[in-house]
Design a protein around this ligand. Structure first.
Ligand code: TYD
Length: 191
């Protein structure tokens, strides 16, 4: 099973993913953790571009979208183990991040058409104020409106693709309980 957690920066994905890994292992599943961008050479190139203040504008955005798609395509080799009934792959982000963070959805669907879609997508939905407090993002007006826009795109996508939306403004334990409620009925086959 291929499970993915999505959410804006500061939504608490990393914390929740680690707790989920621990719980699934206790439950008897073989768990593999992956993340996007990956730590492959392509993923490293992406992180470099994300940090580069000069790498803005439409051409850079398009190049980034292509790199994300390439990085993800390579990652598919690792995700293949999710086909085994006792294996769970938990991913920090997926193809859906590209849909909300990059532009031109139709083109993004096209360049990602060979990428496997997650079996379960959990969207950790946080209001931007809470998210900004959690991440080390700048609390600037641009950042606020950027994250508002990403959050709205996520919520729209969640309706189109049947994501499980969890209120991630709640405390860590409550959010983890809500995630378990989603996953529990689906993982009977691990045991
Ligand atoms: P993130 O998971 O936030 O990494 P970290 O844990 O190192 O902070 O991802 C890094 C950024 O990459 C994040 O702002 C979202 C962005 N991103 C895209 O723009 N498109 C994509 O397809 C993916 C996977 C991530």
């Amino acid at each position: 099973m291929y499970i993915c957690l999505e959410g804006i920066d500061g939504s608490g994905k990393s914390t929740q993913i680690l707790l989920l890994e621990k719980w699934l292992k206790e439950y008897g599943c073989d768990v593999k953790m992956v993340f996007e961008p990956t730590d492959s050479p392509v993923g490293k190139l992406i992180r470099g571009m994300l940090r580069d203040p000069g790498a803005t504008g439409d051409n850079f955005q398009k190049a980034l979208a292509l790199l994300f798609a390439a990085d993800r395509m390579i990652l598919m080799n690792e995700i293949a183990v999710a086909e085994e009934p006792s294996n769970v792959v938990i991913s920090d982000r997926s193809f859906y991040s590209s849909i909300v963070y990059q532009n031109e959805p139709q083109w993004l669907y096209e360049i990602n058409k060979h990428v496997k879609r997650p079996d379960i997508v959990i969207l950790l939905d946080t209001d931007v104020k809470t998210a900004l407090k959690r991440c080390d993002c700048k609390d600037s007006f641009e950042n606020k409106s950027f994250l508002e826009n990403i959050r709205n795109k996520y919520l729209k996508l969640a309706g189109e693709w049947d994501f499980y939306v969890i209120n991630a403004n709640n405390g860590i334990n409550k959010v983890q309980e809500d995630i378990k409620k989603v996953i529990s009925p689906k993982i009977g086959r691990c045991i």
